[in-house]
Design a protein around this ligand. Sequence first.
Ligand SMILES: Cc1ncc(COP(=O)(O)O)c(C=O)c1O
Length: 349
Amino acid sequence: MAAAMRSRCPGSGALLATLLGPRRGCSSFRASQLEVERSRSPRPKPDPQGLQFGRVFTDHMLSVEWSRAGGWGRPRIRPFQDLRLHPACSALHYAVELFEGMKAFRGADDKIRLFRPELNMQRMERSAQRVCLPPSLGVAPPGQALLFVILCPVGPYFPGGHFSPVGLLADPSHTRAWPGGAGHCKLGGNYGPTIALQRAAQARGCQQVLWLHGPERLLTEVGTMNLFVFWHREDGELELVTPPLDGLILPGVTRQSLLELAREWGEFGVREGPLPMGTVLAALAQGRLREMFGSGTACVVCPVGGILYEEKWYPVPTMEHGPELAQRFLRVLSDIQYGHVPSEWAQPL
Ligand SMILES: Cc1ncc(COP(=O)(O)O)c(C=O)c1O
């Protein structure tokens, strides 16, 4: 499932809006106002075996228009269709847009569950604030905005439950986010510029980019996933570490869930702290690193098999260790998402 907002209005209107003061009109919209127009030409259902992410969409989409003068309009479910945008649309020129992504799971009981959707909505609110889009606003630079929700069916990320580990290209000459920037928001502008390095990673035989930051070459994220390291500290204690929410990384719903689960289990140390490349390579060299994996809605967890850094390949022994922790996280979260284990994190709709 994806949601996005796009604003229409050049910057001069924005300044005027600020000067005019608080907006009038509807500050919210409700499901009871929903208008439904059904598609007259529904397409055949796709083969569930051959689904590719983001290729096939449902026959309908939800959209809600917003304007500074009128606030939110009525929510509408309509046949899936192209958008019409003014060529000066600020989403196209200045990336005044945001998106969110979450999954709906059909459970063993045939009920549909969303996984912690309130966390996605809170993140969406924070992204909206960063680019001055509604619903966060009293005074909004954009004059018009469109909220739309589109859905596409997806198959299992690891078919048959078999993990395939990824290799990472760590190139310190590129950075995804920086202090004071917007790396913690899910804004389109954070993603487009990463595609070239992702292609470079693939050309070097890696599947993902390991994003580094600063002179200490801090490990921040893996592609579009948060990063976890499970190791023995120098004093021998077992510890799970993930980079802190310092503005450089996206606060993942999965990241938060893994941290909460691990803290609840209380079986090993759990820390949100910096991961300098030197410290990670030392742990690898000393055989202390057990597992490294990414986390995200698409895969839940994705094991890392090695890092290409300064022309040298560093194997990471995640698979050699099971990976016990990554597999446990995947099992526990999937059981919740598919309704095998009741949880307030995934209530039937
Ligand atoms: C840059 C980035 N980091 C991490 C994540 C993982 O977040 P989540 O667990 O909410 O899917 C995502 C995906 O949304 C992402 O785009």
